[in-house]
Design a protein around this ligand. Sequence first.
Ligand code: PMV
Length: 359
Amino acid sequence: MDEQQFIPKKYSNIPDTGKYTWSSPSNIALVKYWGKKKDQIPENPSISFTLESCKTITSLSFSKIKSNSSFSFDIFLDDEKKDDFKPKIETFFKRIESYLPFLKDYHFVIKTSNTFPHSSGIASSASGMSALAMCLMSIEKQIIPTLTHEYFNQKASFLARLGSGSACRSVEGDLIVWGHHANIEGSSNLFGIKYPYEVHENFKNYQDTILLVDKGEKQVSSTVGHNLMHNHPFAAERFIQAHNNLNNLIQILKNGDINAFNQIVESEALSLHAMMMTSLPYFILMKPNTLEIINKIWEFRNKSGLPVSFTLDAGANVHVLYPEKDALSILEFIKNELVAYCQNGHYICDKIGFGSKQL
Ligand code: PMV
């Protein structure tokens, strides 16, 4: 399987105008992607829970223009024109142009909004790039109505990856693998796939409460962070660790061992941050309250025996993960003991979800 399969045959004709709207969720990695090769190929496989409530909703209107030498589009966030978003979309369009040859035949109006606050420290690139890729695929589907559902999703994930790596895990739900792993059939560096093996009841409807510790802009963009894995002294070991952790998760997801699950997920979060702390330049994205929360979670878990754990993205916010059956007691603990460490007491209750939807 290679990129060639996503280059369409010459289109016979294309519609004059139209509009598509999609919502795409954010996702939270259990085994983290950190480090990439050329063309957004990940250095190691990752696996994530697709979320339900944290979403981007994007509508893409298109009208035919005389074919241009450059891309023609305007982008709005919450109805406000956002010219500062243009370079990112321009780069995305350049990367995907050979896979969607109609891009220069249209003027596009992209209108986007997030269900989570813009300045929440929750990255909108995964959900945003995924929603845009879904809209673009809807245009291709209109041009080539015979595209199968499977091809549609696979190519959408492939395109989203070229916008932002982790975006390829936001097309579908509920557990997505991206990156080749020897023991996961069908896994690919080019797109995300639905996790193909048995998942125990314990992980169904898994809960993720996102504690907004720091809502500021990230100090380090993920592009810079990924690049710091080149020549990183521990990179090779880290990539092996991710392969092993994903391998061990296969058994854990099947047998429902939440304690073993928690160990891998927390170790992955801390390894991600350890990579950042040991790169050159080095940086610390956790804040004092991130550590306070982690310690509280460990204390509560030891005392109560309830299987709550945490994971982190490339930022200070904490994702608190727990099974649905313990949601009442753990949410009570979160409200009583953790929310105090959130900026303005803000947190978001989310859970595992089922992927993008056309609206
Ligand atoms: O998709 P990017 O390039 O923004 O990378 C995101 C990487 C992490 O969120 C830190 C980990 C992951 O696997 O999602």
